[in-house]
Design a protein around this ligand. Sequence first.
Ligand code: ARG
Length: 230
Amino acid sequence: TEANNADATETYTVATDNNFVPFEFMNEETGEMEGFDIDLIKAIAEEAGFEINIESMKFDGVVSGMQSGRFDIGIAGMTITEERKETIDFSDPYYDAGLMIAVSEDNNEIESEADLAGKKVGTRSGTTSEQYIKDNHPDAELVTFPGIVEAYMDLESGRLDAVMYDVPNVQYYVANDAAGLKTVGEILQGEQYGIAFPQDSELVEDVNTALQTLIDNGTYDDIYEEWFGE
Ligand code: ARG
């Protein structure tokens, strides 16, 4: 009966990355994951009327966990790409991003992507940045890392000349976490993030409806303000 359905609150597993500021990261004091994606998926769950269990992992695990159907929902600043759409479903876009370059504060040689030839450029493996560097900068020396923080640390210590990654993460890291780094150049390649699902998931529509409600009622703006407001 309908009454029974209404009582049975479903719980879904949400896969997220373990370190992608300010979208998802561990708050060391509380031991809880927090960030823009975490707040957004919690609000969506509340709006749509289901419970969630958040599990954090490496980004590659989020992608493969969607492909295998191991998790119900993935939220990890994941760019909607044609290639991923062949094996994963996405919600409507929820965040406009793009790629950006960071270099050491005292680097005067690299002012834009035009200066990357022959330079050691780091990024995280399995991301749109890795693909972008392969496609557009075959003459740069690409160095991939399992986590982006390792790339930033190698940039800080001078083992890399540049890091390319998602603009909100680069800007946040440079402003809050980095020692002696700066961003250079323009935003490269516009991208949009989507919430991910195993293919043909019945959740896509419910999540899209809830997302639209949160955009219309100002909740999305409040969450945005909290993480990206001046
Ligand atoms: N947006 C880029 C991509 O989809 C990078 C995402 C990295 N996300 C993360 N949680 N580490 O490839």
